[in-house]
Design a protein. Structure first.
Lengths: 135, 135
């Protein structure tokens, strides 16, 4: 039996937030947008529509919870949710807090420019806000 | 009481596919990618995470059904699912069939270049395949 291993690129580009019942939650280490990622700990999962219904509903519940948290913590204008996986095939769901005038608005965040890591204080501050809101 | 009205931009850019229990289903009239859109007939809905749980689960079920259909009809390599709404605020979920080497691969479809309508026979053929697979 294989065990769940987080994709190396997701790990390298993010800061760990928490473990929910189904998903590992990450914060993209990108100062351009508050951007969370949920990774279900299901070995070899790549597509939402191929999960069983129970896993789909649990993933939906946790995605909603993280979207609520990101909206509350940032006061953003719009939440963007996406599951693409064209590059990293391990199933992961993006939850991004968007605002009019942010980088590439109203276009998508994926594939736009180059990731800009948080200054360490700012990343820690946002992580702490997210963790408090989740608690 | 307001009634559901499809956003004018979604209508103008798409071909109608069918009505499911919750959603109107559209095919983007864009020859670059097989691209379906689900629009829940819920007045003023803008964010998945703000729907009640029942509506979320129904939307998930119909999104899964359309993703299965798009995968079966196209034999695509990857399904991309997204709910952005930065431009059109009416809640809508994108389900796109992607393949290595298609336009802007592995980047996202949103905001890329200019929509290229189907030659009418090709659009009709894809619509018919989708409808048969749904039946």
């Amino acid at each position: 039996m294989s065990e769940f291993l987080l994709d190396e690129r997701l790990r390298a580009d993010s800061l760990p937030v928490c473990e929910l019942d189904l998903c590992r939650v990450l914060l993209m280490n990108d100062n351009r947008w508050p951007w969370a990622i949920l990774v279900p700990r299901i070995v070899n999962a790549e597509e939402i529509h191929l999960l069983d219904t129970n896993a789909q509903i649990r993933l939906l519940g946790e995605t909603t919870r993280i979207a609520d948290v990101m909206a509350a913590v940032t006061g953003c204008e719009k939440i963007n949710i996406g599951a693409l996986g064209n590059i990293v095939r391990q199933l992961h769901v993006h939850v991004i807090a968007r605002n009019c005038g942010d980088e590439n608005w109203p276009g998508p965040v994926w594939g736009y420019g180059t990731r800009r890591p948080y200054p360490s204080d700012k990343g820690k501050l946002l992580l702490n806000k997210i963790k408090r809101q989740l608690a």
